[in-house]
Write a new protein. Structure first.
Length: 385
């Protein structure tokens, strides 16, 4: 994959060309100070001070360890450490407030490529719906998956020359409260031909989709031919769509072919193979029965727990955890001892999850190799300390 492919899948690049067939979105360039705020994981977790008094949330998420630290230094007679003052981004906050109002009062936020899906649990609604700057800041600041956008977007590029894009953008998309998950699809394009379509929500069986499948394939193909294929510059890519009740197709997102993009009900090998076969048409995959459901919370193990390949939740989690632990435990023997025990427990629990079908052999191997390297690294560090 080339950097150019990753770049063209950024929302600020594709959205202007597909505005009329996508979700209404307003995009703001982020000041570098805000990017630094998102990346700062050393200080306490502070939310920006609202200049327009829209702090729907407490200014400080309490962190008992840090508070103890402050108390110790105050009580020890050392010069009392002043807690850092909360940051403030008045210009950005005002622009965001205006955008939220013009988008109907609620938005779905995302950066150049990704939305902070992993931090939805922290919001009061359990979703990515935001009505103020502080809600957006909380979701962005709490997300681990955005670290991918901020630091690792080009990691899979064969011509990697950048560690991050020169600018980051915040896309505010009009909030749609009742998107039906079964009507979202990921479409795979190879050599400018549509080769595959997959149900996006792979953890559910939706009987109604069985009847609608042929009609959906027609509208999605037409949409690709009329609106996407001539306009999008890349030869290989994926795009996500939402089909409305009255069969209108809305473009949700573009992603590069391979690497960090999940192939959902396909594997990348299958998709490559489909393309190699002459005259191969579009293959449309949906979950065809309850027994074919990829495990979700209601059935067994969530799909995200089983997908461990590069770019998956596990991959990002393990890499972020590794970086974080490295920072915290560099010179601390008891900390390292605890860590080795924790990694062993984590390895054990992960192995149990990984033994549930349909974890693939390749994914499981990736998981074990990663954790094993991790475990050995900290064990050696501990022995040498
Ligand atoms: N405007 C919106 N209102 C409500 N929900 C939305 C909106 N836009 C997207 N979603 C939901 O959030 C999900 C993720 O959106 P999106 O594809 O933009 O995020 P992403 O981080 O790029 O995801 P991926 O990495 O899987 O491509 C969508 O599948 C959809 O269900």
């Amino acid at each position: 994959m080339k950097q150019e492919e990753v770049n063209l899948c950024q929302i600020q690049e594709w959205y202007p060309k597909f505005k009329s067939v996508s979700i209404k979105t307003l995009i703001h360039e982020l000041p570098e100070s805000f990017v630094e705020y998102l990346l700062d994981d050393h200080g306490p977790f502070l939310l920006p001070v609202s200049v327009i008094n829209e702090d729907a949330l407490p200014n400080r998420i309490h962190n008992s360890e840090e508070e103890e630290d402050y108390q110790v230094s105050e009580g020890s007679g050392d010069e009392a450490e002043q807690p850092p003052s909360p940051p403030s981004f008045p210009e950005l906050e005002l622009k965001i407030k205006e955008s939220i109002e013009s988008l109907g009062g609620a938005v779905f936020p995302k950066l150049n490529w990704s939305a902070p899906k992993d931090s939805a649990w922290i919001s009061t609604t359990g979703t990515l719906r935001c009505t103020s700057f502080s809600e957006i800041a909380l979701l962005l600041r709490s997300s681990d998956s955005l670290i991918h956008d901020l630091c690792h977007a080009y990691d899979s590029c064969s011509d990697k020359s950048l560690s991050r894009p020169p600018n980051f953008y915040l896309a505010l998309r009009k909030w749609y409260p009742s998107l039906r998950p079964e009507m979202e699809f990921r479409c795979f394009v190879r050599d400018r031909l549509l080769v595959g379509i997959s149900q996006r929500e792979v953890t559910g069986f939706y009987p109604a989709l069985l009847e609608k499948k042929s009609a959906l394939e027609v509208v999605i193909r037409e949409f690709f031919m009329d609106k996407v294929s001539q306009t999008f510059e890349l030869e290989n890519y994926t795009f996500d769509v939402y089909v409305t009740m009255d069969d209108r197709v809305k473009l949700v997102d573009f992603n590069p072919w391979g690497a960090f993009t999940l192939p959902l009900l396909f594997t990348w090998e299958e998709l490559e193979q489909n393309c190699a076969e002459e005259g191969h048409g579009v293959e449309f995959r949906i979950v065809e029965s309850q027994s074919a459901v990829r495990p979700g919370l209601k059935t067994a193990v969530p799909y995200d727990y089983l997908a461990t390949g590069p770019g998956s939740g596990w991959d990002q989690f393990l890499r972020n955890a590794d970086q974080e632990l490295e920072r915290q435990t560099r010179r601390d023997r008891p900390g390292l001892q605890k860590l080795v025990v924790k990694i062993s427990l984590f390895w054990f629990c992960g192995s149990v999850l990984q033994s549930s079908p349909p974890a693939s052999h390749q994914n499981t191997l990736f998981f074990h190799i990663f954790v094993f390297r991790w475990w050995v690294k900290y064990l050696i560090q501990m022995i040498h300390l």
